[in-house]
Write a protein that binds this ligand. Structure first.
Ligand code: M6R
Length: 608
């Protein structure tokens, strides 16, 4: 996730900006830059790579004198990591400069309009649109230009902005991306997050959606989008620097679980337009979509589990046969591929060695590959024929949660698109599913707010030796992911089984007190799975059920039930996984494990 800093005051700005950016490094970034106003002109230095490069280029800030400035660490979304795409971005004359965190969803449309008005673009970013748009609206009043720009842009944003003919002022504004401001003895500061300002002040203002702030050395004035002045109360930050990096959460994993409603919305919202699913980056005509006769979803670990779920979604909605394969197997098994095959490689990092090798194998055979990738400009993103990005932002905890959730959403969208084009879904069902998708973030929030209940249950199983997860269909896929979450961060042995398979061998492992977690989200399979729960319960198992609200019948076979809200049958994974992620998390911290960095694991597996 990008990081923004800004400073205006009596000190040299550049060293303060560089220091603030260093405090935001934990957010992940691929390039960095700062712009400083020296009283005559705004000068900028930006570069790909670590902050060290920026420090060297500016001699730790000494080559950019001036007491007002903005800075940025970029985590690429639109346009690969490069010097040119790094922030800040100028208007054409260099009199307005902008840094941005977020995604401008309608940037293509705005860009075309601006090009028609004669603006020239230097970068591939969505942000540059805003620099030119501000230029277009600027008639001497920064506040007016900013509010007019806000009325035009759709999506999420936090901006830091400077205008050359308004020395002594910085502007900041936000919608759906975090931004704070603080006033210190030495001046005023803006930042994406608290750690960047803690050295100077503990009293900060959280900017709310569509609020604007004008900062000078001595004061901060807040406005709403109607340019009316508003009052805000500061908040005193009690956290230490470590906790502040995690937004006050104890661990990155918990923070990332709580980001899920937002990133899920960020992933579907730009692709839902006027009651339709629009995936411009798919690069396939309707004719080509109709010609696909077979899909392969190829991935590793949790990404593979999203494919296991989405096999049911694609087959159910679009009626295309789907094979889901572990990349490490696929690459060596000489799969049958032809011109009617589409291969989808799913990867958070875009660098997983087996997934990348599988992609290359497919390309060698001249078959089309679509990447579903989180890291912009990563190897899989670059080498796939087309890439659909998940907008999860950088994920720091080794155990994936938010990237997993966005991978599901990307595949739901694809399945819906394919179903619509192939005529395998009715208009009513399609419209209903889009409504259900839009409700998911709120439903996820509701499940997250029940974390204490899950924690109490988890605390009873800190000494568990084995835990089994069972389910049928999509619920089996959810079980696989839940089992992986638990074992990777708590080191408790765990397996997932298709519930109907238990009696073919596994049931002999059940003894008094063994925990079996059953997932029941598919109405037509409730009765079947309840029978399997009874089979293990009568053999002494303690049964946890995760099921849809209303399925009270489950209570006769479960010792403990977690209900999830109703949603479309194909979307249930997105909700059922939340309490099961929380369960794994609380078992892990209850056991004192290093939840963000489990032993023997790496975030990105770049070796075979
Ligand atoms: O970066 P990728 O999505 O390609 O990574 C694939 C797996 O290594 C990954 O999902 C792994 O299983 C998770 N860290 C599990 O939480």
């Amino acid at each position: 996730m990008c990081g923004i800093v800004g400073y205006i005051g009596g000190e040299q700005a550049a060293p303060i900006l560089l220091d603030g950016l260093a405090k935001l490094e934990y957010r992940g970034y691929d390039s960095a830059g700062i712009a400083v106003y020296n009283g005559e002109e705004i000068r900028m230095v930006k570069s790909m790579g670590r902050l060290k490069v920026l420090n060297e280029l500016t001699h730790d800030g000494a080559t950019l004198p001036g007491t007002a400035g903005i800075g940025h660490t970029r985590w690429a979304t639109h346009g690969a990591p490069s010097d040119t795409n790094a922030h800040p971005h100028f208007n054409e004359t260099g009199s307005i400069v902008v840094v941005h965190n977020g995604i401008i969803e309608n940037y293509q449309k705005l860009k075309q309009k601006l090009i028609r008005r004669g603006y020239e673009f230097r970068s591939e970013t969505d942000t540059e649109v805003v620099a030119h748009l501000l230029d277009y609206y600027y008639k001497g009043n920064p506040l007016e230009a900013i509010t007019r720009m806000m009325h035009q842009v759709e999506g999420s944003y936090a901006f830091g902005i400077m205008f050359q003919d308004h020395p002594g002022e910085i502007y900041a504004v936000r919608k759906d991306s975090p931004l704070i401001v603080g006033h210190a003895e030495k001046g005023s500061l803006i930042a994406s997050d608290v750690p960047a300002v803690l050295k100077y002040t503990r009293s900060v203002y959280f900017i709310e959606n569509e609020e604007i702030v004008r900062l000078t050395q001595d004061e901060m004035v807040f406005y709403n989008i109607d340019e009316e002045e508003i009052d805000k109360e500061p908040v005193t930050i009690e956290w230490d620097v470590n906790a502040a990096e995690k937004g006050g959460y104890e661990h990155f994993m918990l923070k990332e679980m709580y980001e899920q409603p937002k990133v899920v919305r960020d992933t579907f919202s730009p692709r839902l337009k006027n009651g339709d699913v629009v995936i411009e980056e798919l690069g396939m005509s309707d004719e080509e979509i109709r010609e696909v006769r077979k899909l392969y979803i190829v991935a590793c670990g949790s990404a593979y589990h999203t494919g296991m779920t989405c096999k049911y979604v694609f087959e159910g909605l679009a009626r295309i046969p789907v094979e889901v394969d572990l990349a490490s197997e696929f690459r060596y098994r000489n799969p049958i591929l032809d011109e009617h095959t589409l291969v989808i490689i799913v990867s958070q990092s875009g660098e997983t060695a087996d997934s990348l090798a599988a992609l290359r194998e497919v390309k060698k055979r001249g078959v089309r590959v679509l990447g579903i990738v989180n890291v912009v400009g990563s190897s899989i993103a670059r080498e796939a024929d087309n890439v659909m990005y998940t907008w999860a932002g950088p994920e720091i905890a080794v155990a994936t949660t938010k990237a997993y959730s966005t991978q599901l959403i990307a595949q739901y969208l694809l399945a819906l698109k394919f179903a619509k084009v192939r005529g395998t879904i009715s208009d009513v069902e399609f419209a209903g599913m889009l409504e259900d998708m839009e409700r998911l973030p709120e439903q996820m929030e509701m499940l997250l707010s029940n974390k204490e209940r899950v924690q109490r249950f988890a605390n009873r199983y800190l000494a568990a030796r084995d835990v089994f997860f069972i389910g049928r269909g999509i619920d089996y896929a959810i079980s696989m992911e839940s089992s992986l979450k638990l074992k990777e961060i708590s080191y408790i042995h765990s397996e997932a089984y298709a519930a109907g398979e238990l009696k073919h061998g596994t049931i002999s492992l059940i003894e008094e007190g063994t925990l079996v977690a059953a997932v029941l989200t598919q109405e037509d399979l409730f009765k079947k799975t309840i029978s399997n729960m009874l089979e293990v319960k009568t053999r002494g198992a303690c049964v946890l059920a995760v099921t849809q609200v209303g399925n009270t019948e489950v209570e006769k076979a479960a010792d403990y039930v977690i209900y999830i809200p109703k949603t479309n049958r194909y979307f249930t994974n997105s909700l059922a996984i939340i309490p099961l992620q929380l369960f794994a998390y609380y078992v892990s911290i209850g056991k004192g494990c290093d939840v963000d960095k489990p032993r023997n694991l790496a975030k990105s597996v770049t070796v075979e």
